[in-house]
Design a protein around this ligand. Sequence first.
Ligand SMILES: *[C@@H]1O[C@H](CO)[C@@H](O)[C@H](O)[C@H]1NC(C)=O
Ligand SMILES: *[C@@H]1O[C@H](CO)[C@@H](O)[C@H](O)[C@H]1NC(C)=O
Length: 302
Amino acid sequence: MLSLLSSLVSLLFLFLIPCLFITSYIWFPVFLPKLLGLIKFKAARDDHDNEKRDEGTCVVREEELQRELMPRHVAFILDGNRRWAKQHGLLTEQGHQAGAIRFIEIAELCFELGIHTVSAFAFSTGNWGRDEDEVKWLMSLFQHQLKSNIQYFHRNEIRVSVIGNQTNIPEPILQRIHEIEETTKGYKNKHLIMAIDYSGRFDIMHACKSLVKKSEKGLIREQDVDEALIERELLTNCTDFPSPDLMIRTSGEQRISNFFLWQLAYTELFFSPILWPDFDKDKLLEALASYQRRERRFGCRV
Ligand SMILES: *[C@@H]1O[C@H](CO)[C@@H](O)[C@H](O)[C@H]1NC(C)=O
Ligand SMILES: *[C@@H]1O[C@H](CO)[C@@H](O)[C@H](O)[C@H]1NC(C)=O
């Protein structure tokens, strides 16, 4: 065992010492932790998939779902990235990164299943209160995600909208957001909505302000105000299906946390104990099966 170890170590050095000369000393200490981090990150993501295979649990199959009962809009609260990172001994940023990768995977699955609109509460107004570095990193992650996925959005004809209070979003990111919204707005069948610096109360307040302005200009009167009019002022007016049929929140929290408030009035809620980066296809199918078993009443007695 010891000899095996020592030969391994010497082999490693034989490989590493030339590396030290080829590359600079400064670069090397930066590179190694990054590489180790990457290996750990990959292992953490694979870990979960392997564990599940071992369990061999019975899962819902895609064919068991009824296409005609698919929700048209599914909203997600992506919760648990930080806890996931901690659990795997990774950095918080890596948790968010794993969460972002997972979100694109899950959105893709939703679209394949015929769901029209997928929305995500990616960054709440309350998140500005977090550690400055984490916020900065989250912002650069959004920028990176938007940039690296633009081809994907076009190839799959996905319309992208970003909603929320945009005053605090750094200018380069805002520009990219507008660019993506503009170039994808013609796509009709798949709609991805990212709520960034969004809060349900902000949305309603924003709508009120807009209505008051219109009233001051004499464009509307009191008797014109109804639900449809308010709905047209909410930030979800960008989609054909502003009210989610199903909302999924991960990581065991059972709260709305100031996400859609008006829009969730008749939404079916699904809470999963799974941390978001581990929320995979099986979990999604499970949530959809649960949704399809429910009898929706929209406030009426049946
Ligand atoms: C939007 O964000 C800015 C900057 O933080 C803030 O001053 C403003 O009050 C926010 N708007 C609303 C309606 O919350
Ligand atoms: C949608 O809502 C936003 C925010 O209130 C508003 O600025 C915009 O004019 C609305 N769009 C339409 C088509 O009504």
